[in-house]
Design a protein. Structure first.
Length: 439
């Protein structure tokens, strides 16, 4: 499948300048490549679009390894590749779940591309689950974050285990002071789209919201109520603060998703899915959500806790105004807080006045369906099931994600109880299954 077919499938009209240069480098040269480009500019597609043209989908070997700093980016990049419909097989590998499960999937799927964290990739190669000898492409995504998180030794060991690598692609939203020698870059094309004079895109409007008291939760509640049904990420610096804030907002009627590194992987996937499919309009998170997530259409970034540095601020705000969209960023300040010097630009005061509406409910709700790919269930099967058994119209069904043993489906919120009632005890493709809401 050529690039234009993939773009049509993804409903993308044209590549941006950075992507055009990346595609040309990969397809028309034999050089290594470094891409420095802002968050949200499409770096994942920049390397995947030409990469899939270089791999052999008739082989059973791993031909490309993509190193990422965390599980969210591994999952997300894997999803992007699958959405491209290129015919290439892939798998994401990361800590926090049994390595034996991944071993089985590697054996069954025989992926051409593996997206993984450094430690887990080393583990699979050491155990013979991934053969290093067919790997020709090494991609390090968010390489600055990988270095920042202390993966130097693990990445160095990984590179030494891949003797057949011919080309290396590095991608980042910030510039590292230097690229370690172990990466072994050869002749390299570097594309720097970071603009030193522009800390965040002009498409992001910056506001300050002053709280009269140190505990800013009531001010946050008022701010969110003023924003209506728009999608917002609320950033905090600590896990317990995320849980406290999420509980506070839920008790006041907001539809939220909480997200932090102390949660079980399934809980994090549920939370991310609810927000990305429109079943929750407030995402309460640590800085874990500031990188590696590509959720389109985020309207507002709210700094409940001030970011701890300029890079953190840039990555948080980079969640909104992606591609050519516009967005807003809000700094919630207590009586003794001020805007840090590293935040550039003038923050306009945002006044919370007048009668504020009750918390807006999202338009969608998420269903868990207890069957998936291994049960021969497809997206089309789920659409038919929800329409025929659940009484829905096609336009009342949103995003559907089918996993190996279960599936998620977004449905119109006002039809949720109807669907639950009408599908109770019904079969999908002749198989009884559980259908329940994801709260």
């Amino acid at each position: 499948m050529d690039i234009n077919e993939i773009l049509d499938k993804l409903n993308i009209n044209a590549l941006n300048a950075m992507q055009e240069e990346a595609v040309h480098c990969v397809l028309r040269t034999n050089h290594d490549m470094v891409i420095l480009s802002p968050t949200g500019s499409g770096k994942t597609l920049a390397y995947l679009l030409p990469l899939v043209q270089q791999l052999d989908n008739t082989a059973d070997d791993v031909q490309a390894v993509v190193v990422v700093p965390g599980r969210e980016l591994a999952l997300q990049s894997d999803t992007v590749l699958k959405d491209m419909g290129s015919g290439l097989r892939s798998l994401s590998c990361y800590g926090g779940r049994p390595a034996m499960d991944e071993h089985k999937w590697l054996k069954d799927i025989k992926p051409h591309i593996v997206f993984g964290t450094p430690g887990r990739l080393n583990d699979h190669i050491d155990k013979g689950n991934i053969s290093p000898y067919g790997v020709r492409f090494l991609i390090i995504d968010e390489f600055d974050k990988c270095l920042e998180m202390g993966f130097n030794d693990e990445m160095s060991k990984l590179v030494k285990k891949l003797p057949g690598v011919r080309r290396r692609f590095l991608l980042s939203a910030t510039d590292a002071e230097q690229i370690p020698h172990f990466v072994q870059l050869g002749r390299t094309d570097k594309f720097d789209y970071l603009q030193a004079e522009e800390q965040v895109p002009e498409r992001v409007a910056l506001y300050r919201v002053d709280s009269p008291v140190k505990d800013k939760l009531e001010t946050l509640s008022q701010l969110l109520r003023s924003l209506g049904s728009q999608s917002s990420i609320v950033f905090l610096n600590y896990r317990d603060s995320v849980e406290r804030t999420d509980e506070y907002l839920r008790k006041r009627g907001f539809s939220t998703s909480a997200f932090h590194g102390g949660m079980e992987q399934k809980e994090r996937e549920d939370a991310l899915y609810k927000f990305s499919n429109g079943s929750a309009n407030v995402f309460v998170s640590t800085d874990l959500a500031s990188r590696g997530l590509d959720i389109p259409g985020i309207d507002n970034i709210i700094h409940y806790h001030l970011p701890q540095g300029e890079d953190g601020y840039i990555h948080r705000v980079g969640r909104t105004a992606r591609w050519d969209a516009h967005g807003r960023a809000f700094l919630v300040l207590g009586p003794e807080e001020s805007i840090p010097d590293f935040i550039q630009g003038n923050a306009e005061s945002y006044e919370l006045v007048g009668d504020l509406p009750e918390p807006a409910l999202p338009k969608m709700a998420t269903l868990y369906i207890g069957k998936g790919k291994k049960d021969k269930i497809s997206k089309g099967d789920i659409v038919g099931y929800l329409c025929k058994k659940g009484g829905l119209e096609p336009n009342e069904i949103g995003r559907i994600d089918v996993k190996d043993r279960y599936a998620y489906a977004a449905v119109a919120r006002h039809k949720l109880e109807q669907v639950i009632k009408q599908t109770c005890g019904e079969k999908i493709k002749g198989i009884r299954t559980v259908v329940e809401p994801v709260r």
